[in-house]
Design a protein around this ligand. Structure first.
Ligand SMILES: Nc1ncnc2c1ncn2[C@@H]1O[C@H](COP(=O)(O)OP(=O)(O)OP(=O)(O)O)[C@@H](O)[C@H]1O
Length: 301
């Protein structure tokens, strides 16, 4: 397997102070590798978006570090940060909110090309925009002059992906990229992400609360609960032999991906986990290796 391109090394992010302090991420470590997808899975509030924001450098960690090509990315190195910004791109949950309604599709693709590939002429940028649309399986003749509201949800998400690809990224962080789309077009977007990974050798972080889609796009999985990674490893090993009660709950929710844990009746396994979470100060339990590439962090007693 190739070397990781991006790593989080025991990164923590805390919000609030005193009694209202929340560890949105607690000692999270992960590696993203070219040509592979890591799925970060967990329920709402488990800390997934915080991890994405730490990777996108919207948040700075309270402890731990972010490594890019094995180098720690500090706050001060402007050149390294600029290179990082174009190498690491994000695709958001809501493609409509992430596109500007007053600008055409051509503008959305031209802008990143202008910013990150300054050597290109106007004609070359237009040619690149056309190529990008073809890459995400959209027709440039039909779409370049259109505005976001004239497109379907699936087409808009393809535009978001094309825009992320415009700067030749090496890493893509996709935060619930299909959850706002019609079920009928989700598969197309997931296939596109899989194609990008294979054809461009991208490292992908796929964030979701839905294990079924995670299984479709990712080779590796990390399960987050209450800001901590509780179980991680090769997808089939983790899903074939889930060890952590929280992972089992996520798997139990698979037949109905829209079921949220908030709907779980009192007294259920989740309820017990919630009680443990509230009452325990969540010390860091030992990590256990339970398979060749499969680890868990057990619940505190
Ligand atoms: N800016 C913030 N200020 C204060 N608390 C925050 C902030 N961002 C996140 N949190 C808290 O950190 C925890 C993790 O939130 P986060 O948004 O990362 O979870 P998530 O798994 O991405 O949830 P969702 O799927 O709903 O987006 C939550 O308890 C949340 O309330």
């Amino acid at each position: 397997m190739s070397q990781p391109i991006l790593q989080l090394d025991t990164v923590s992010k805390i919000f609030g102070e005193g009694a209202s302090q929340v560890y949105a991420a607690r000692n999270v470590s992960l590696s993203l590798t070219p040509g592979r997808t890591l799925a970060l899975v967990g329920e709402s509030g488990s800390g997934k978006t915080t991890v994405a924001r730490l990777i996108m450098r919207e948040y700075h960690p309270d402890s731990g570090q972010l490594l890019f090509r094995n180098e720690a990315l500090g706050k001060g190195d402007a050149k390294a940060i600029k290179a990082y910004r174009s190498a690491v791109q994000m695709v958001f949950q809501d493609p409509f909110a992430s596109l500007n309604p007053t600008h055409t599709i051509r503008y959305h693709l031209d802008r990143p090309l202008k910013l990150h590939q300054k050597q290109l002429s106007g004609a070359e940028r237009l040619a690149s925009a056309r190529e990008l649309l073809e890459r995400v399986k959209l027709d440039p003749d039909q779409l370049l002059a259109k505005f976001p509201h004239e497109l379907s949800g699936g087409q808009r998400q393809r535009i978001s992906i094309a825009r992320a690809l415009a700067v030749n990224p090496q890493v893509i962080v996709a935060d619930e990229p299909t959850s706002m789309l019609d079920v009928s077009v989700r598969l197309g977007i997931l296939n596109l992400l899989n194609d990008m990974k294979r054809e461009l050798g991208l490292a992908l972080l796929y964030i979701t609360h839905d294990i079924a889609t995670a299984r479709f796009v990712a080779e590796d999985i990390m399960v987050m609960y209450a800001g901590q990674v509780v179980e991680w490893g090769a997808m089939e090993s983790v899903l074939g032999n889930p060890q952590h009660p929280y992972t089992r709950l996520l798997l139990a929710a698979v037949p109905d991906p829209d079921r949220r844990f908030a709907d779980t009746p009192p007294g259920s396994e989740l309820d017990q986990i919630e009680t443990i979470r509230r009452n325990a100060a969540l010390p860091q339990p030992e990590t256990l290796q339970v398979g060749e590439n499969h680890f868990i962090r057990p619940m505190p007693a």
